[in-house]
Design a protein around this ligand. Structure first.
Ligand code: GTQ
Ligand code: FE2
Length: 347
């Protein structure tokens, strides 16, 4: 440096009040050689979430809470309602007979159903029953309300693009006049019209950039994975993975979040890979362990994990395992900066 530290310091002190700052002091923390995150991977055991959420069930009604959800907060983002830098995760509880009142917002949501029977979500006038392992979508700006017509507590994982939405400071929301929206279509209507390898002649999604199907049931996803696995070898890095697709264009199901299910058969270990998308990873069935960066987490059915971008990940199944992912991959792809890396295959 040509000028002395004292001179530089004095110069900097005159920049601050003028709301300017020297790029050369921060260039390499701003323009990083590779992704930098302050978050680490994290696991929430379902048993813990369940216990504390049931307690909330005795403290306030779903109506009072509007949404009775325990936010899964990454310790790196304490107080910020974030599981990863871009994704919100929470577990929602609805007790028998309760309704979570109708509203809509520009944030998109996914539901990954964890436990219980009789929970129904209504989206854009159509109801769908949610069962364990089902992947259910609430498109941006679609009216939605949830209810529990069964006789057991119902739990599901919510994944929303809220941190991404709020980063852009572009979020809107409004309540519905009625606590339950009027139903205008029978259950399974959208699956009949869009999800059976058939399409209406003038096919258009009622939800713009989001898939017209909003319940991708575990029953069908699981059967597809098991059948596909019988017919071909496991991929070294992704075992048997199928992604949830929009039947209108084959693309991802939502404009901001990608989702897929990975089947890892008993005894199989995937080779490490990493990608720039951050993820919420939940276990639909089975048990095993996942290595995320330097940490190893034993998982069982219903446990949820947050994985920041660019952490190496590898999965080992102790029992046949079905692992659900929701990530910000599609947004990064559309913006042109998604990257991934696969480790060389070790026999
Ligand atoms: O179920 O509509 O976890 O709007 C966060 C925001 C759930 C919902 C959440 C929401 C919902
Ligand atoms: Fe909502």
């Amino acid at each position: 440096m040509s000028a002395s530290p004292e001179i530089m310091k004095e110069y900097y002190s005159r920049l601050t009040p003028e709301n300017m700052a020297p790029l050369w002091e921060v260039l390499h923390t701003l323009v990083t050689r590779e992704p930098v995150t302050k978050a680490g991977p994290f696991q929430w055991k379902f048993d813990d979430v369940r216990r504390l959420l049931l307690e909330a069930g005795g403290l306030l009604t779903a109506d009072e809470a509007e949404r009775r959800v325990l936010i899964l907060e990454n310790p790196a983002y304490a107080g910020q309602s974030k599981a990863t830098n871009t994704l919100f995760a929470g577990v929602q509880l609805i007790m028998p007979g309760e309704t979570a009142p109708a509203h809509r917002h520009t944030a998109s949501a996914v539901r990954f159903f964890l436990e219980g029977k009789g929970a129904i979500t209504a989206v854009g006038g159509e109801p769908t029953e949610m069962n364990p392992g089902d992947f259910v979508i609430t498109p941006s700006w679609a009216w939605h309300d949830h209810r529990n017509d069964g006789d057991e507590p119902c739990f599901w994982l919510d994944g929303l693009d809220l941190p991404m939405m709020n980063f852009y400071e572009a979020g809107f929301a409004e309540p519905h006049n009625d606590s339950r929206q009027m139903l205008s279509r029978p259950e399974h209507d959208s699956t009949a019209r869009f999800g059976e390898g058939l399409l209406p002649m003038q096919a258009e999604s009622p939800y713009g950039l989001t898939t017209p199907i909003f319940n991708y049931t575990f029953k069908r996803t699981r059967a597809a994975l098991v059948t596909a696995a019988a017919g071909q070898e496991m991929d070294s890095h992704t075992a048997m993975t199928l992604r949830y697709a929009n039947p209108l264009d084959g693309g991802w199901t939502m404009p901001t979040m990608s989702a897929w299910m990975m089947y890892v058969p008993k005894g199989f270990t995937t080779q490490p890979m990493r990608s720039t998308d951050s993820m919420i990873v939940a276990v639909a069935e089975g048990s095993g362990s996942m290595k995320l960066g330097d940490e190893s987490f034993d998982f069982v059915h219903k446990d949820t994990h947050a994985v920041p971008g660019w952490y190496w990940r590898s999965f080992t199944a102790k029992e046949d395992s079905f692992i659900f992912f929701v990530t910000d991959r599609v947004a990064q792809e559309k913006l042109g900066f998604y990257r991934e890396e696969k480790s060389p295959i070790v026999a």
